[in-house]
Design a protein around this ligand. Structure first.
Ligand code: FNR
Length: 368
């Protein structure tokens, strides 16, 4: 007696359904996080420590949720972030997310470790639909260069280099589920000696280069014209370093709590970063994104008030796709739009350019 789709009233509802209907191994891979999963829980908790300071009497008849990210106009300030192994949840895999993103005019970030091939995911997009590439950097830089230049040729509009995963975190739920079938044609499977005893994540990630360093950034800037964004930056020092390295943006992220347990939440780091960037006049040099634990439109609004250009959302769309396929993804995105329109009215803003720090009370964040 699974609830029908219309009984899902928010993004968290999809998670409860997915847990019941998904294969145990797939659920373990999607839902797991590192060690004691403290960071994953904190990703939600941190949003609960921020309160609104709404303005009244603002004429909120018409609300415009649109914005731009890396130069692309989108309907609402979130994107579908990269999550590996889409076919664990749905036989069609990542292309289901592509279609949902198209319908709602939001951007999809294509994972290096997608279940569908990169070209299948690009082919599933319609003309003009914006996609980005998430990159795990291979020890073999020729492979990396080929992936990046192919993505640019196929029209990708951003290169997100994951920098929080020199080694994949230990996700014990995933390890316990004795992952046995990767069920994908991920790049790592060619030639690597895949050890399946350590869970899905570790089985597919042995190609990632732990020697990646700041010294490599000029090389990336030299092989592509796509904007380069570092995904997984976690403190203000590294944001400033990224700025001086000449990249175009950062994602303040802890990989959905799947890497370093006791990493701080992205929203907490954002509150640390933005005042320093403003003080140094660097706030327009980079686009700052945040992900991790975004489940409500109020979370999106809080992140934008604190200075984020947009937020990434991962698991909720995987769960919606796993439970209900494309209609689930469609409904999840529509619910966010409806929630955001209403909450923009209630805080007294007609459009996202009006969102600013004076609309939030962040005294509950532990940095204060
Ligand atoms: C991820 N994430 C991720 N990130 C990345 O850079 N490369 C990857 O291959 C993956 N794979 C992946 C798989 C699964 C199942 C999850 C849940 C996450 C991290 C992802 O991009 C993002 O940082 C988090 O998912 C954001 O947190 P929420 O929205 O899932 O709470």
């Amino acid at each position: 007696n699974m609830p029908i789709l219309e009984q899902c009233y928010n993004l968290l509802d999809f998670e409860a359904v997915a847990k019941n209907v998904m294969k145990r191994t797939a659920w373990a891979y999607y839902s797991s996080a590192a060690d004691d999963e403290i960071t994953m829980r904190e990703n939600r908790n941190a949003y609960h420590k921020i309160w609104f300071r709404p303005r009244v009497l603002q004429d909120v008849t018409d609300i415009d949720l649109s914005t731009t990210m890396l130069g692309t106009k989108v309907d609402i300030p979130f994107y579908v972030t990269a999550t590996a192994l889409g076919k664990l949840g749905n036989p069609e895999g990542e292309v289901v997310l592509t279609r949902g993103a198209r319908k709602h005019n939001v951007i999809q970030m294509i994972p290096t470790l997608a279940s569908c091939s990169f070209d299948e995911i690009v082919d599933a997009a319609e003309d003009g639909q914006c996609q980005w590439l998430q990159l795990y950097v291979n020890k073999n830089r020729d492979i990396t260069k080929r992936i990046v230049q192919h993505a640019e040729k196929r029209g990708c509009k951003g290169l997100f280099i994951t920098v929080d995963a020199p080694q994949l975190g230990r996700r014990e739920k995933d390890m316990r589920s004795k992952f046995s079938d990767v069920g994908s044609n991920v790049q790592s499977s060619s030639g690597d000696n895949v050890d399946r005893s350590q869970g899905a994540a570790r089985a597919i990630s042995s190609f990632i280069d732990p020697s990646l360093s700041w010294k490599d950034i000029p090389w990336f800037l030299s092989i592509t014209k796509m904007p380069i964004i570092l995904k997984g930056v976690q403190c203000v020092e590294d944001v400033i370093r990224a700025c001086h390295a000449g990249v175009h943006g950062v994602v303040l992220s802890n990989h959905g709590g799947r890497q370093l347990d006791f990493a701080r939440s992205g929203i907490e780091v954002l509150a640390e970063v933005m005042p320093v960037l403003r003080e140094r006049g660097l706030e327009n040099k980079l686009e700052i994104f945040v992900d991790g634990g975004v489940r409500r439109a109020t979370d999106i609004i809080k992140a934008l008030c604190l200075g984020a250009k947009g937020v990434g959302i991962g698991r909720p769309f995987l769960y919606a796709m796993s439970a209900y396929g494309l209609p689930g993804v469609d409904r999840a995105m529509q619910l966010l739009k409806d929630e955001m329109e209403m909450n923009m009215r209630l805080i007294g803003c007609q459009n996202v350019t009006q969102l600013n720090p004076s609309l939030v009370d962040t005294r509950g964040l532990s940095m204060h």
